[in-house]
Write a protein that binds this ligand. Structure first.
Ligand code: ATP
Length: 324
């Protein structure tokens, strides 16, 4: 639809995209916008459709239907142009083991014939980046640790000074220090106006660096919004009741949407969306409520709440409810 694909502020727009692999639905009517300059965290469980989404954006696979624009280009028509302009760090970087760190940069420079910031800019930037990461230029790729390989892959992606960087699980298998370093460099990029789309399972890490988050579940979008908005409107309520006989969920008259609920004999935990904390205070006045604590959940709590709210409940769990 033209409203999304023509949005001048969206570096990426995805409109009603579906993808099936034989009888397996990977994406089911996905619509998503990644604004310019965002560090955008794409979250979802195994098989949610994250890699499929990234592959469609890069023109590596075709969607069954819908409209996609990346930097104003259509991946089905202009896949090669997109792959030249976008820095892509795949989950498992494909590097030639027999090359040295320096040779990998020289080789990749051949795929970036149009100098972005001047003649030889790619190799110069690559050398600066690898040096900054402390990578020995003459060491063979096969002799690098996993973290060092990830840094080579990131250096290769960044050396073309791309307006858009796409990373698929970039920190999986890296140690804490390297992960932090890696992700902090994403924030630096965004500060320079570059856009970063990052797929990850590491929710706490995403929370530290992302400006926007999207949750995918079974190929469908559950939410997509600036992290600050999510924080401002999501609350965890611990409601203590006077008796065991109480509402398992907020009554429909309250100005809040229930994401997930867990019940104990005289207590309920409700994860809700509401305009603000004051709107949650209304719970205090419900019949039978003894006390109420309102907390700000972590992104992980929100993620788990949304996921649990959408999963069939194990029969052993009592009294859980949700609003879809
Ligand atoms: P993970 O976090 O485990 O990497 P993901 O969110 O990246 O998962 P996808 O790899 O996009 O998920 O997979 C989405 C769905 O499509 C899954 O059910 C997966 O089994 C299926 N799928 C992905 N690639 C193929 C393929 N080449 N052939 C058949 N089914 C596929």
């Amino acid at each position: 639809m033209t409203t999304t694909t023509n949005d001048p502020n969206a570096t990426i727009s995805i409109e009603n995209v579906s993808k099936h692999y034989r009888d397996q639905t990977a994406l089911d009517g996905l619509s998503l916008k990644v604004p310019e300059g965002a560090v955008f965290g794409l979250l979802g469980e195994n098989g949610a459709g994250k890699t499929t989404t990234l592959s469609i954006l890069l023109g590596l696979i075709r969607a069954d239907g819908g409209a996609v624009r990346v930097l104003g280009l259509d991946p089905e028509r202009d896949g090669l142009a997109i792959r030249r302009r976008v820095g892509y760090v795949p989950e498992q970087p494909a590097l030639y083991d027999w090359m040295t760190v320096a040779e990998a940069g020289w080789f990749a420079a051949g795929f970036h014939p149009e100098p972005v910031t001047g003649t030889g800019a790619y190799q110069i930037r690559y050398a600066e980046l690898t040096q900054g990461f402390g990578l020995p230029p003459n060491r063979k790729i096969k002799a690098l640790s996993k973290g060092m390989r990830a840094k080579v892959s990131l250096s290769l992606a960044l050396a073309s000074a791309p307006r858009l960087l796409i990373l698929d699980e970039p920190t999986s298998g890296l140690d804490t220090m390297v992960r932090r370093e890696f992700l902090e460099s994403m924030v630096d990029l965004a500060a320079n106006g570059q856009t970063v789309l990052l797929s990850s399972h590491q929710i706490a890490e995403v929370e530290r660096v992302a400006s926007h988050v999207a949750l995918l579940h079974q190929g469908k979008l559950i939410l997509s919004e600036p992290l600050d908005d999510l924080r401002a409107h999501t609350f965890s309520l611990a409601v203590n009741f006077q008796s065991r006989d109480h509402d398992p969920a907020p009554p429909s008259g309250l100005a809040m949407e229930l994401i997930d609920a867990a019940d104990a004999p005289r207590q309920a935990r409700w994860l809700v969306r509401a305009r603000d904390r004051a709107a949650c205070e209304a719970v205090r006045a419900l019949p039978g409520v003894e006390s109420l604590q309102i907390e700000s959940p972590s992104l992980e709590d929100v993620y788990i709440g949304y996921m649990r709210g959408r999963r069939p409940e194990p029969t052993s769990r009592v009294g859980s409810a949700h609003v879809a």
